[in-house]
Design a binder for this molecule. Structure first.
Ligand code: 4AD
Length: 436
């Protein structure tokens, strides 16, 4: 076979080329061996596998080149594909030629030896390693599955602005910026715009970055994260909860179907993950959640928001994602619908993930009454000037409507089993991290 006839393939397709000579463009992850054999651990962005260079089987210069390769050199390797029952990937290459494309200097990262802070200082390189590879591939599946799900449910995507004048999720967590002499904020949520969209298109979702100046250093908070916010006209909270469950089950099933390799690389328990697609998810009122916590020796009083230990206990108690419904009005956003028979709670629900992954969805039915919302906005100390357009939605054909927000990175950590949210986004932004 002449060189031009040798197919160039991706590692992930090796199974289709057993017994054939192919060429693969990739990078060298690691190398070990002796004077007679070199084992090249290779990656190409689709998968990881091994190339074996046997001194006796290749021209002298090929073995010498292989022996001298440094970690992260980019190269073409040519050789025959074989099955390899010892590796989890199942295939390897008997390398017959190595062509260096880009040499590498001494590579700074050895994940086993370096701490997390160092790895994230070098995130632009750390992205090349197995854990980020697997985690971010799963993130990509969740993104694609989100579009697929909402398209098939009849939603359209509506892009909300990122520079805004409003602060619907609380004024303490705002990033303020100068907008030609006026003050503007980086968006905390696309929801208010999604509500306008729902009145125009019926069912919409926004999907974009959200910014919160979280001063807390927790495993669950980023200052810049991505949120999916569906908003549905003529839909009450019950129907919204059913939609949320279907969406979560759809996402998990897609990852189980499409990311077998990545779940294995991350050692995520697939049966456990599959168990979270059992619907419906339990629903527990905030009142009952408080009682349950108190019965289990938590020092919580009615009216407080739950912290991480409380959320973890509640979701683990049910061994499944669980909806906590109807929180106290005073700890929730102004737009949530009043309870028909109680003044102290609102029609809302948070979805808590099991295993300590925290709140993955926050949502509610929206109040539809102009006067009530105007009073609530004033009560919260928000500027009416910024919300008059939003109040217009209640003046011109207001309808019952509901919506929710799923935090993409929270979902990624839950599905992948990562213990820190910084793993779930390519370049995390946190209180003490804005580079690279
Ligand atoms: O509960 P939240 O604040 O709800 C809203 O923003 C509503 N406007 C949503 C809506 O009804 N349209 O946030 C929704 C979700 C949370 O459940 C969580 O998953 C995620 O967004 N989230 C964060 N993720 C990472 N870092 C942070 N600082 C986050 N804050 C919220």
């Amino acid at each position: 076979m002449t060189e031009t006839e040798i197919p160039t393939i991706q590692i992930i397709d090796a199974k289709d080329y057993v017994g054939q000579t192919v060429r693969i463009g990739g990078w060298l992850r690691q190398k070990r061996g002796s004077g007679k054999i070199a084992f090249l651990q290779l990656r190409d962005g689709t998968a990881f596998f091994q190339g074996v260079v046997v001194k006796a089987d290749v021209p002298e210069n090929v073995f010498e080149t292989a022996k001298e390769l440094k970690q992260e050199t980019s190269l073409y390797v040519t050789g025959e594909i074989h099955e390899d029952s010892r590796s989890s990937f199942g295939y390897e290459m008997a390398v017959s030629d190595v062509q260096v494309i880009g040499a590498s200097q001494d590579y700074p990262i050895t994940p086993k030896e370096h701490g997390t802070e160092f790895l994230f200082d070098e995130r632009h390189l750390y992205l090349r390693h197995i854990k980020p590879f697997a985690t971010l591939k799963i993130r990509n599946t969740l993104i694609a599955a989100t579009y697929e799900f909402f398209n098939q449910e009849g939603f359209i995507k509506l892009d909300a602005p990122l520079l805004t004048g409003s602060a619907p999720e609380g004024t303490t967590e705002l990033f303020e910026t100068d907008y030609f002499g006026q003050s503007a904020f980086l968006s905390q949520t696309g929801q208010l715009y999604a509500e306008a969209g729902a009145m125009a298109f019926g069912k919409v979702f926004t999907f974009g970055p959200a910014f919160r100046a979280e001063k807390s250093k927790t495993r669950r908070h980023l200052t810049e994260f991505w949120m999916i916010e569906p908003e549905m006209a003529f839909m009450d909270q019950e129907a919204s909860l059913a939609l949320q469950e279907r969406y979560i089950a759809f996402l998990i099933n897609k990852v189980l179907e499409q990311n077998d390799q990545e779940l294995d690389l991350l050692k995520r328990d697939k049966d456990l993950l599959r168990s979270y697609t059992q619907l419906p998810f339990p629903r527990v009122s905030y009142d009952d959640a408080i009682k349950l916590l108190q019965d289990n020796n938590f020092d919580v009083q009615w009216g407080v928001d739950f912290g991480s230990p409380e959320e973890t206990f509640l979701a683990n108690h049910f061994s499944s994602p669980v909806f906590i419904t109807n929180y106290p009005k005073k700890i929730k956003a102004f737009y949530m619908k009043r309870h028909p028979s109680r003044d102290d709670v609102v029609i809302c629900a948070d979805l808590l993930a099991p295993e300590g992954y925290g709140e993955i969805i926050g949502g509610s039915e929206r109040d539809t009454d102009y006067d009530y919302l105007k009073a609530r906005i004033e009560e919260e100390g928000l500027s009416l000037d910024e919300y008059n357009w939003y109040l217009d939605l209640r003046k011109y054909g207001s309808v019952p409507h509901s919506g929710f927000g799923l935090g993409l990175e929270r979902m990624v950590t839950f599905v992948t089993g990562e213990d820190h949210i910084r793993e779930a986004i390519p370049f995390p932004r946190m209180m003490h991290r804005i580079r690279p």
